[in-house]
Design a protein around this ligand. Structure first.
Ligand SMILES: [Ca+2]
Length: 343
């Protein structure tokens, strides 16, 4: 349920382990820390009434601290150069129940999906697949008090800049009229059907049904519009597949297509992809797409489990899925779930 954020934390965990946690982080009393955040929030225009309704009586959550520590130690230990099997991951995550749930959800939101697709250019099955992976189609959205989680993580200090920003943004949500009682989510501060963070909510959530509230907890329409808006904002290209399965001949020169560009964001994810060529250039190298894709589309080859296993030509839209959660396992499972439920 907290997939996106857990992943993001995971990506930074190794680096964070190398940086000393400020020794004084928790020497500062929680209430004093909240007062310093309140001052910053006021300087950004948040009304005192919103601050009071969130901060009054707030205490740190030990469970959140424990989960954060567990997350650091488990992510930090992965130093092997081999990668876990994609096939194994897909078998665990794209289960029959998740696929069937997606087929039902897609049918249930068919008319909203058509409208959203027309308006944002993002296919309904991609949105529903995100929804399935984030919260099992809204069944598991997390029951942590959001301001309490964010305040605890910001106060703890390991990633204060990030969580303090999110804490001020959750105050802004309340200032804008989001009911205090609605602020529940994951231990790491993500919430609603698509597990947005407060900063993402403020920037990209959409009131799709026009009732005056951006309700990504309870409204299917608002949820679909909001996830689609996220994708459009991240550069989704209308009409382009996220990837296509591809036949790669044994004779293909894999060293000749290596990617030598270091990605500025999550390089360990991007370094597993080949360099980018047009589909026409892939065909000239004997790589054959198994489903329709235009010849001038730019694509990178990805063979997650090695040359003997399925290969994929990834497009720009795959990178958009990575924007939601920068993990090849996540993006492949979202894309393949979308393919599966739209069959
Ligand atoms: Ca609404």
């Amino acid at each position: 349920m907290t997939f996106r954020f857990l992943r993001q934390i995971g990506a930074f965990a190794a680096a964070s382990l190398l940086c000393a946690v400020p020794a004084s982080a928790q020497d500062e009393p929680f209430d004093e820390y909240l007062e310093s955040v309140a001052m910053k929030a006021r300087s950004e225009g948040v009304r005192q009434s919103a601050i009071d309704s969130v901060f009054t009586g707030l205490t740190p959550n030990d469970r959140v601290l424990a989960l954060d520590r567990e997350n650091v130690s488990s992510s930090g230990s992965g130093t092997s150069t081999g990668f876990p099997s994609m096939a194994g991951y897909l078998a665990r995550h794209n289960t029959a129940s998740r696929i069937n749930g997606g087929v039902r959800k897609l049918a249930q939101v068919r008319s909203i999906g058509a409208e959203v697709e027309r308006q944002y250019g993002v296919p309904a099955e991609i949105i529903v697949a995100i929804w399935g992976h984030e919260t099992a189609y809204g069944q598991v959205m997390g029951g942590f008090d959001l301001p309490r989680s964010l305040a605890t993580l910001a106060w703890e200090g390991r990633r204060r800049a990030l969580f303090e920003r999110e804490l001020i943004d959750v105050l802004k949500m309340v200032d804008q009229g989001v009911p205090r009682s609605r602020l529940e989510g994951s231990w790491a501060g993500a919430f609603g059907n698509g597990q947005f963070l407060p900063s993402v909510y403020l920037r990209l959530a959409v009131d799709g049904d026009g009732d005056g509230s951006r309700d990504i907890w309870n409204s299917d329409v608002d949820t679909m519009h909001s996830i689609a808006n996220y994708f459009r904002d991240a550069g989704w290209r209308t009409g382009e597949p996220w990837a296509v399965r591809a036949y790669v001949p044994n004779s293909a020169d894999r060293s000749g297509i290596e990617n030598h560009v270091n990605s500025p964001v999550c390089p360990r994810v991007h370094e597993r992809h080949s360099r980018w060529l047009t589909v026409r250039e892939w065909r000239e190298r004997g790589v054959e797409p198994r489903s329709p894709i235009a010849d001038d589309t730019m694509a990178a080859l990805f063979e997650p489990d090695g040359p003997a296993e399925p290969g994929y030509l990834l497009t720009q839209n795959y990178r958009v899925i990575l924007e939601y959660n920068c993990s090849n396992y996540y993006a492949m499972s979202v894309g393949l779930l979308a393919d599966e439920i739209s069959r």
